[in-house]
Ligand binder design. Structure first.
Ligand SMILES: Cc1ncc(COP(=O)(O)O)c(C=O)c1O
Length: 451
């Protein structure tokens, strides 16, 4: 009997062929062979992180997001807005430690939600409420209704934490992935971004925006030109420039959580936060950074070399953009061939009229009454295919917004030649569930109409 090959469309990792191993080797060699770099790299770093990397990130981001330096502004001034982190996950934990309080702060999670974020909020003792994405990226009406009701019905609590001169405790935190979202692939429109910043200012909320997929974008039309600048401003850019512009003493209302995980490799465990200088400084005063210095100090010197040589941007443009575009097209056409005829729909987002897609994921809606968890179990049992089902992306402690019909497929991890096979396996399992052939213990009664 031949064993079926396992295909894993759940794992949100880059395929090993997409890792810039040689460029990282060169960067590590350059960093470690110069004592002016290797010595600080091997010692404790300053709390906000390795200064040359703060500056090289800031000039790279100003090119990518189209924010040239303004009159009298230097690269070092801009770098005050950046704090080096140990990646988006680690920094989310630090930001919640410094700027929230379990008694005073309420968390609002845009759903479907990056599922591993919930535990980080839970670790900080925060209660979470789900808010839908709506058509534009976040359901603003539901969010504002929720914020208003909270202010009306919940007494302003004392904070558990003592006040600190380097931080403030926000009343609310809004967590989301506004561009090429994990899991839905959706991108928030510009008007929605602006309205969200308005709301955050009105209700004393800190928006924590995981901007980890912004660089992985491609046109979905026939043009082959790579997209080397951002299609939309980040929420943190809007908060920086929208009137009334936050003053020097303001913490602002948005933090961008950036990461090198998806554009170099998750093992580098290095990222950055961008916010007002005051918030970036407060973040650097998190207890673990005060004690150990900024995270990922040695890797920060290597990433700095990777950025300054131009190798990282070259890798993104020559390897990642065409590679992910090809993978996306392969998976999308397989979905259209094998799943759409079964009644499945796929999110193909149009961003403010532009034909652009990006990130790692396709989000599917199964025919009504087909339970995605049942399909996912059938995939595993019958086809040795691993897929993520919608329930995984509901908000912990508030399952009021359900995704029982949805599946997430990742096109980044498996080998290219397995993308179509994976989708075919899914279509066989889905057909079996719909025909009532899958003998699955959790099969629901209301699946009867497919038997
Ligand atoms: C939205 C989102 N945030 C954060 C992360 C993790 O980022 P990091 O590796 O920088 O901790 C991921 C990885 O899948 C992600 O999709």
């Amino acid at each position: 009997m031949t064993m079926k090959k396992q295909i894993n469309l759940l794992r949100g990792w880059p395929n090993p062929s997409l890792l810039p191993t040689v460029a990282i080797q060169t960067a590590a060699q350059a960093a470690l062979s110069d004592p002016a770099i290797s010595t600080p790299g091997l010692l404790y770093g300053p709390d906000p992180g390795y200064q040359p990397l703060r500056e090289s990130i800031s000039s790279w981001l100003s090119r990518f997001y189209g924010n040239p330096l303004q009159d009298g502004e230097t690269a070092a001034d801009r770098a005050e807005r950046i704090c080096i982190t140990g990646g988006a996950s680690q920094n989310l934990a630090c930001a919640l430690q410094v700027f929230t309080d379990p008694l005073y702060t309420r968390a609002w999670m845009v759903a479907p939600c990056y599922f591993l974020a919930c535990r980080i909020f839970d670790d900080s003792g925060l209660k979470m409420t789900a808010v839908g994405e709506g058509e534009e990226g976040v359901d603003l009406k539901a969010l504002e209704d929720g914020l208003q009701a909270y202010e009306r019905d919940v007494e302003i609590a004392e904070t558990l934490k003592r006040p600190k001169p380097w931080s403030k405790i926000y009343r609310h935190v809004i967590y989301l992935v506004p561009t090429f979202a994990n899991p839905s692939g959706r991108t928030m429109s510009l008007t929605c971004r602006m309205s969200l910043v308005h709301l955050a200012r009105k209700y004393d909320a800190l928006i924590i925006s995981d901007d980890v997929y912004d660089f992985l974008q491609w046109p979905t039309s026939s043009t082959s030109q790579p997209l080397t600048t951002a299609i939309l401003p980040r929420l943190v850019d809007i908060d920086r420039t929208m009137e009334p512009v936050p003053g020097e003493d303001s913490y602002g209302n948005a933090m961008s959580n950036g990461s090198f995980s998806k554009i170099s490799g998750p093992g580098v465990r290095t990222g950055w936060a961008e916010a007002t200088p005051k918030l970036a400084y407060g973040l650097s005063q998190c207890g673990s950074s005060r004690s150990g210095g900024a995270p990922s100090q040695l890797t920060a010197t290597i990433i700095d070399s990777l950025l300054r040589s131009g190798d990282l941007e070259r890798h993104i443009v020559t390897e990642l953009l065409p590679g992910y575009k090809r993978r996306y097209q392969l998976m999308l056409s397989a979905v259209k061939r094998h799943l759409v005829p079964l009644g499945v729909t796929v999110m193909e987002d149009k961003i403010d009229g532009k034909n652009v897609f990006g990130g790692y994921f396709l989000w599917l809606e199964l025919p009504r009454l087909v339970d995605a968890e049942v399909v996912s179990i059938a995939c595993q049992e019958r086809e040795d295919l691993i897929v993520a089902f919608g329930k995984m992306f509901e908000v912990e402690g508030d399952e009021s917004i359900k995704f029982s019909n949805s599946l997430r497929l990742c096109f980044a991890w498996v080998d290219e030649e397995d993308l179509e096979d994976g989708v075919q396996k899914l279509s066989r399992a889905l057909r079996d569930v719909m025909d009532g052939k899958a003998s699955i213990k959790t099969l629901k009664d209301d699946m009867g109409e497919f038997k």
